[in-house]
Each structure stands twice: as C-alpha cells, then as structure tokens.
Ligand binder design. Structure first.
Ligand code: UD1
Ligand code: MG
Length: 449
C-alpha cells in the first residue's frame, strides 16, 4: 500500500515538474528509483547466486552465503531513471522544429523564448556515459576479480568525456591564492594550473571510487557512507540555491538532479544491505557511487569542496598506505573479526611473524603504537621481543581500537555518525576559512584586499 502511495506521489511530482522545476522531477524519479530498486532486489538476487555471484558474510557465526554485486541493480536502475529524466529536465528548453529537416529554417525558440541548451545536455550525457562505463568496470571486477594494476587507471578513462566537456564548457583551471601568500607573488590573486588541473580531476575519478571500496567490510557501510556523502552534498547545494549567488545556481541544480535519484536507489539498497545483510553490494556499487561524486564535483565545478566531503575516506586511504604499498603485510580481507562468545567485532590483525614488515618501517610501527594509532601484539623469543601482529590499518579497525569491541550494526552507525559530523564541519569550515584565507567565498562573494 505504502509503495502505491509513494508511486502516486512520485507521478504527481513528475506532473508538477513539467510546469515548475527539474528539481521536482529529480525528487519524483528518486522515489521511483527507490521503489523499483526495492522491488527488483529480492526478485533478481537468486539469479545472481545461480551464476556464482555470492559471498560469505564473514562476521556472522554461521558465515551465510548471500548474493553479491547487487549494487549493479541500483546502478542500472539509476542509469535508466536518468535517461527518463532527460525530457523532464530539458522540458522548458525543448524546441518544436518545423524546418522540414533544414536546421537553419527550423524554429529554434523554445517555450521560454530561449535556445535549447545543447551544452547542458552534453554535460548531462557525458556524466551518464561516465557512470555507465564505471558500472561496466565494476561488474567486470566483481566477475573476474581484476588485478589492481589492471583496473587502476580505468576510471580515469571513463572520465575522459567529462573532462572534454569541462574543457569546452567551463575550462577554468586556476585556483585562488590565499591572501597571506599574495605579497610573495606580486599581488597575484590566482594561479593557473593548466593541464595539472585536468590531472587532478582525473585523479579524483580514480580516488573517489577506490576510496569507498576500501572503507568496507561491515554490513551497510559501503552504501551508508555513500548516502551520507549524498546528503551532505545536497545540503551544500541547498545552501547555494538559497543564499548563494545566481551564477552558482545552475551548477548546484545539476548536482541536485544527479544526487537525489542516487540517494533514492541507494536507500533501497541500504535496506537490503544493512545489518544483518541480505545482499552484498559488490565493487560495482562502490565504483559507481564514488564516480557519482566525481561527476558531480567536476560538472558542478566544485571538485575541491567535494573532496572535503571525502575526508574520512582520505584519512582511511592515507592510514592504509603502509599496507597498500607493501611496507606492512596486507591480508586479502582487513574487515574486523567476530568473537562468537560475545557477538562483538574486534580489530582484525596482520600476522607479522610469517610476513615481517619492511625493516625501515618498524620504528614507525612502534611510534604509531605509542600514539595509539595501531595496536601491536608482541612475542618474546630467545629473550628477544618481536612484533607478533598489528591491527589492520583501516579506520574501521581504529574505531574498535579506540572505542573497544562492539556489535557490527553499532560499529557501522558510529562510523556513519563520525562521517556525517566531519562532513558537516568540513563544509562549514570550508566557507568560514575560505572567507578568511581568500578574502572571498563563492557563497558570499565579498571583495576585499
Ligand atoms: C576491500 C578491502 C578488504 C575488505 C573488503 C570487504 C582493502 C585493500 N580491501 O577489498 O580489506 O575486507 O573490501 O568488502 O582495504 N564482506 C563481508 N561483510 C560485509 C562486506 C563484505 O563479510 O559487510 C566480505 C564478503 O565475503 C564479500 C567480500 O567481503 O564477499 C567482498 O569483498 P571485496 O569487495 O571483493 O573486497 P575488496 O573490494 O577487494
Ligand atoms: Mg569491494
């Protein structure tokens, strides 16, 4: 019954959106995305298991086998929904052509008396193309467990259409110089990074998907963190649309149009993936979700602010580097370990006796242990103390080192709460510090010297 009401509401929103706004349409499609994803997941999951797409839920006493790669359902629904979205978003700019096939004779004025926004459509389509390619990469990874070196650069290739549209449409590659540094640079207010800026955006398209994939292993965390990222990005958009300057509205409207349906399909996926998980999202969802934010950051021209929302993922990546780059042994799974006696999760550990760390890194391990940033376990052999194991370097395990063992759902909620608070603070601080450092903030452009 509730589903019918939701669908009815969504259709109402779509009808109103024709008259009023593309944002209403995206809210309507978001509801449809939720309903369709929620409808499809239980129905298609057995087919995933049938072709071998399943995984063991490692933190349950019986380690049940559940369908994997179900994120592919969410991303496919999202892509289809965004296709349907196109006529609604561009309704007011649509042209009635009456030139008998001759473009120059055709009537080019739309219902608003303006021209059809081809550049806006190409922005939108380049974003969709990038997300489609990313979903393909994710599915290939889930099917064939691609090697890190093989899949590393692929998201940047997927982002090429986006970067081309950015170059043609916007092309801004300069960054502002903080006020206190300007006196050393002959009063220059900005510095043009040129192609380095494109390299930065391409790196972002590699980083965002992978950073979500390595902050994983607890039921609901992959989708939960993506929903939190989406909500904070939306709050930032609403801030700009309500009190920001007119020039920023178009970019933030596009951001809302892309993110709202993403939250819709993700909420349905979360319903099935939250503790105790009935499906796994797979790498497909992690890559797709990360790419949604890279696309929004690049097309919305706020890639630096978007990266601020990724602070927990950035911290998790930096903290993981010793294991990712082989200084310390990295087991196949770094997710926390269940203690069946109390039903709580404990930090998982890397065995450092069989796989000793690089010698140069041993003092760093002692230092991190002293700062309570990892937990080392020692063993005495022939009157010599050696490191037996260390807690795996993820912020999931670190939360357990700091706060003590806890149940899987509580751990997920705690990490999501920390992420939400950090995200809100970073957006707030970005606007305050931005004003102090640069003498201007694009939310309240004030000129000062
Ligand atoms: C990344 C992490 C790995 C972590 C894994 C969990 C790095 C370098 N890699 O690897 O440490 O263990 O994600 O997703 O940090 N699983 C659960 N419960 C969950 C989620 C996943 O038990 O809530 C297990 C299941 O067996 C599932 C498997 O993890 O089949 C999926 O792992 P996969 O996504 O293939 O791992 P990676 O992304 O390679
Ligand atoms: Mg994964």
């Amino acid at each position: 019954m509730a589903t019918y009401f939701l669908l009815l509401g969504a259709l109402g929103l779509l009808y109103c959106s024709k008259l009023y706004s593309s944002i209403l349409a995206s809210v309507g499609f978001s509801v449809i995305g939720y309903v369709v994803t929620d409808f499809l997941i239980p129905r298609v999951s057995p087919s995933f298991v049938k072709i071998g797409l399943f995984g063991k839920d490692l933190n349950k006493p019986t380690q049940p086998v559940i369908p994997e790669t179900i994120g592919a359902v969410a991303s496919t629904v999202y892509i289809f929904i965004m296709m349907f979205c196109i006529p609604f978003i561009f309704f007011k700019e649509m042209v009635t052509t009456v030139g008998g096939g001759h473009r120059d004779l055709s009537q080019t004025e739309n219902v608003n008396g303006g021209l059809f926004l081809h550049n806006k459509l190409s922005e939108f389509l380049s974003g969709l193309l990038c997300l489609e390619t990313t979903t393909l990469i994710g599915i290939a990874d889930d099917l064939f467990d691609l090697r890190w070196r093989h899949k590393f650069l692929l998201p940047a290739v997927a982002a090429i259409p986006l970067l081309v549209v950015y170059y043609v449409d916007f092309g801004v590659t300069y960054v502002l110089i903080p006020k206190f540094m300007r006196k050393w640079l002959n009063g220059k207010t900005n510095i043009d990074l040129g192609s380095i800026y494109y390299l930065y955006m391409a790196s972002m398209s590699i980083f965002c998907p992978n950073s979500i994939n390595i902050l994983a292993g607890v039921n609901g965390l992959e989708v939960g963190q993506s929903i939190v990222l989406g909500v904070i990005a939306l709050l930032n958009d609403i801030l700009y649309l309500s009190i920001g300057p007119e020039v920023s509205h178009e970019a933030h409207r596009l951001s809302i149009i892309l993110i709202t349906p993403f939250i819709g399909v993700s909420l349905a996926l979360f319903k099935w993936n939250r503790w105790p998980a009935r499906v796994f999202v797979g790498d497909t969802y992690c890559y797709f979700a990360g790419m949604v934010f890279a696309v929004v950051g690049i097309l919305g021209h706020f890639s630096k602010t978007m990266l601020l929302l990724f602070i927990p993922q950035i911290v998790n990546f930096i903290y993981s580097c010793p294991q990712l780059f082989g200084l310390v042994f990295c087991p196949r799974h770094r997710l926390p370990k269940l203690n069946e006696k109390d039903g709580k999760l404990y930090p998982s550990r890397a065995d450092l006796i069989e796989n000793p760390p690089k010698k140069v890194f041993v003092p760093v391990l002692y230092f991190l242990h002293f700062c309570k940033l990892i937990d080392l376990e020692f063993e005495t052999k022939d009157n010599k103390t050696i490191i037996k194991s260390c807690s795996n370097m993820t912020i999931i395990n670190l939360t357990l080192v700091w706060l003590g063992p806890m149940r899987e759902d509580k751990l997920c909620n705690n990490i999501l709460a920390i992420q939400f608070i950090t995200g809100l603070l970073s957006v707030g601080i970005r606007h305050i510090i931005g004003t102090i450092l640069f003498g201007t903030d694009n939310l309240h452009p004030i000129t000062s010297n």
